[in-house]
Ligand binder design. Structure first.
Ligand SMILES: [Zn+2]
Ligand SMILES: [Zn+2]
Length: 442
């Protein structure tokens, strides 16, 4: 029995692709291949006048797609330019070949496939990592360019990575708008959930793919919540050391998000860590200053301050966070890689010891706990896509930190919009100096 082109392509197993990474067979509208035709042929347009070839000798890849020049030119600026018979070599050569075929077979007869002009598709994004999915996605993408609405052939957890790769392919061939339309008309964004039981590496990959797809699709909530999650919880990719991966070779776009986004994420995480460390420094300086912190007025108030300074230093030492220069680094100089909320939870464990029963509220715990509660990062540390697109410099913590001295002014009860909230967060996290006393009010 003849198989459809998509079934044929997705059931084959190119070398080096583990079984669990192969795509689920898709259910694009079926069409029968003519007998005797190679299974690597994909009929996108039955009477198409061009063959696109996806070839990579190293990957054992040689796929052909029969397509229509008119449809490609209409929906892809890339192909519109390339196939322009007035401007580019490919366009001129293809027009000449088409005229020859028309003269040979007549204008109303479709020429045989093996005589059609052929062009090779180059630089397909992330093909090395996802050979079989790429073939399925290329066929899907070309069907979209031909105004067809194929069923989305992937399911979670592969779905999000495939969506990210589809948007990269759309960008490569300057056809983002038509692809976006397909994505929304077919509700593909609803398959964007991330499985809570997946491994940390898998979750990181899916979250990054969601961010990448979200950037192309303009999904502002994906960006706001997803970027906040990555900033606060850290990324498996960062803990693997991005540079070492770059040395190995090509890094997929989702592992280094484009347009300065990756750099912005790491800068925001660093700003959060610096801010938390500034609280620790603030209290060590306070209890070692000449100003008496114990307000009881007893003869042993000086002793009370010394006691708390000693207990505080012992506590920070136990937590390994005392180095004021680079406070959340380990002995190899690597930055803290864990979840920032867990770091804050550790600091909240500061003990309630007292020098004697008269000094029950003199310690740092009572003063630091409200700050730590307030500092537990929320969604507004994430990137606001609207502000990012409107004025990237103004939104960026990396390129334009607010700087200056920040004084807490949260005791106004005014409700803030989301944009006001993230600007207030930027002012605090990117200040040069922060005044933590008095503590914020709720
Ligand atoms: Zn005291
Ligand atoms: Zn905003």
């Amino acid at each position: 029995m003849a198989r459809t082109a998509v079934e044929a392509s997705s059931n084959r197993s190119p070398p080096g692709i583990p079984k669990h990474l192969r795509p689920i067979p898709c259910n694009l509208p079926s069409y029968e291949l003519p007998p005797g035709i190679d299974v690597s042929l994909h009929i996108v347009a039955e009477t198409g006048d061009l063959v696109l070839q996806l070839e990579d000798v190293g990957l054992g890849l040689d796929e052909k797609f029969r397509v229509s020049i008119d449809c490609l030119r209409k929906n892809s600026q890339y192909y519109d330019s390339m196939l322009d018979a007035e401007k580019f070599g490919e366009g001129i050569a293809i027009k000449k070949k088409s005229e020859e075929l028309s003269a040979k077979y007549g204008p109303s007869t479709t020429p045989p496939l093996d005589e059609l002009p052929t062009i090779t598709m180059l630089e397909i994004p992330e093909i090395n990592h996802r050979v079989t999915s790429t073939i399925t996605l290329m066929e899907l993408f070309l069907l979209i360019l031909h105004g067809k609405t194929p069923t989305w052939p992937f399911r979670p957890p592969e779905s999000m990575q495939s969506l990210a790769q589809l948007m990269l392919i759309a960008d490569r061939f300057s056809a983002v708008e038509v692809t976006k339309r397909y994505v929304y008309e077919n509700n593909i964004t609803t398959s964007g959930y991330i499985h809570s039981l997946a491994s940390a590496r898998r979750k990181d990959l899916q979250l990054r793919c969601k961010l990448l797809a979200g950037l192309y699709l303009g999904e502002s909530e994906w960006i706001r919540l997803g970027s906040a999650k990555l900033i606060v919880e850290g990324s498996h990719q960062w803990s693997q050391g991005l540079n070492s991966r770059e040395d190995v070779g090509h890094v997929p776009a989702w592992y280094h998000l484009p347009g300065g986004f990756e750099e912005e994420l790491t800068a925001r995480r660093q700003a959060l860590l610096d801010t938390i460390s500034s609280i620790q420094k603030h209290f060590v300086c306070l209890y070692s200053s000449k100003e008496l912190q114990c307000k009881k007025g007893y003869s042993n108030s000086q002793e009370c301050d010394s006691f708390h300074l000693g207990e505080m230093v012992k506590f920070f030492l136990r937590k390994g966070t005392l180095d004021m220069q680079n406070i959340y680094t380990d002995h190899d100089g690597r930055e803290y890689e864990g979840d920032i909320t867990e770091l804050i939870a550790q600091l909240k464990e500061c003990p309630t010891y007292q020098v004697d029963s008269n000094h029950s509220h003199c310690g740092v715990r009572q003063r630091m706990a409200p700050l730590l509660y307030w500092l537990t990062p929320k969604e507004h540390v994430g990137i606001c896509l609207q502000c990012w697109n409107d004025d990237r410099l103004e939104e960026s913590w990396l390129e334009k930190p607010t700087g200056g001295k920040w004084t807490n002014s949260t005791n106004d009860s005014k409700r803030r919009t989301k944009c006001e909230e993230h600007r207030a967060a930027k002012a605090m996290y990117t200040a040069e100096e922060r005044n933590w006393t008095p503590p914020p009010q709720y």
